[in-house]
Design a protein around this ligand. Structure first.
Ligand SMILES: [Fe+2]
Ligand SMILES: [Fe+2]
Length: 282
């Protein structure tokens, strides 16, 4: 069996692998359709009370500083815009599916906190860097949110082997993706990329997730993956208690320079935003 076949088999055999939830599928269709409207999106959202309440909460949050609070979903969707709405649905979906799972090897709360921080960093970077970041702002946010989702799937599908990979990473002081490679022959990055494909995420996003641990990425060729990798580093640099040994917590000045962000006050402001974002901010 080739590695791709094994990866495919693993993903198909995982009973708990979340198929794309219907609300997310419908919202994606509307967002991707040039004629998709807020009215259509609102029709989908009202049928999902958990998401509807999040939409209202976000539209009424201080970010939008409205004088009169909104209580009408369609109005709220107009305020947020379709792309932000899509992210909110992705976020609600992954949190609902995975929160509280995990166990010894993988604290789901830690991972989601890390994912939210990476998302914040990725969107911030995409907005800050002077050159074309190779990925849109809101898509960068989704990439951050989903970049490590492969870990959750590996934990669910092959918990014992995944636990071994985690232990091996700690003992040998090698990054988790290296010990995953030893044990599975592929990494959480490829698993995540396959899931993103199944969820009909864009090619840019799937590639960025798949390559987020690749060494020596060329920012000109793999701009989105390069950005995501750096966002991951930023998220690690502001939080403690990583699940495993990792080497990517130091902000590399050279990389910062390659983004055109050296000596940039705005970069450090973003880093402190990243620090303050996370699970308790939801
Ligand atoms: Fe990762
Ligand atoms: Fe990560």
């Amino acid at each position: 069996m080739t590695q791709t076949e094994r990866l495919d088999e693993l993903i198909s055999s995982t009973v708990t692998i979340p198929t794309i939830p219907s609300t997310l599928a419908e919202i994606q269709k509307i967002v991707n359709d040039p004629d998709g409207s807020a009215a259509e999106a609102a029709e989908v959202i009202v049928k999902d009370p958990a998401i509807a309440s999040k939409v209202l909460r976000l539209a009424n949050s201080s970010i939008y500083a409205l004088r009169v609070p909104v209580s009408d979903i369609q109005h709220a969707v107009c305020i947020l815009g379709l792309k932000i709405l899509k992210n909110l649905v992705v976020q609600a979906t992954v949190l609902e599916n995975f929160q509280g799972r995990g166990g010894e090897a993988l604290s789901a709360n830690w991972l989601w906190d890390h994912s939210l921080k990476t998302a914040r960093a990725a969107r911030g970077l995409a907005g800050l860097i002077p050159d074309d970041p190779g990925i849109e702002l809101e898509e960068a946010y989704t990439a951050g949110l989903l970049h490590d989702i492969g870990k959750v799937l590996l934990m669910e599908a092959e918990g014992d082997s995944f636990l071994r990979a985690v232990t091996l990473s700690r003992l040998k002081k090698v990054p988790l993706y290296e010990s995953e490679m030893d044990i599975f022959g592929f990494t959480h990055a490829s698993v995540g990329s396959v899931l993103a494909e199944r969820w009909n995420m864009s090619a840019t996003l799937c590639t960025a997730i798949g390559k987020h641990h690749d060494a020596d990425l060329d920012p000109k060729v793999d701009g989105a993956a390069f950005l995501l990798q750096f966002a991951n580093t930023m998220a690690h640099s502001v939080s403690s208690n990583a699940l495993c040994y990792h080497t990517d917590a130091d902000i590399d000045e050279e990389k910062l320079a390659s983004f055109g962000l050296d000596d940039s006050e705005t970069f450090y402001a973003l880093l402190s935003d990243v620090k303050n974002s996370g699970l308790d901010q939801l």
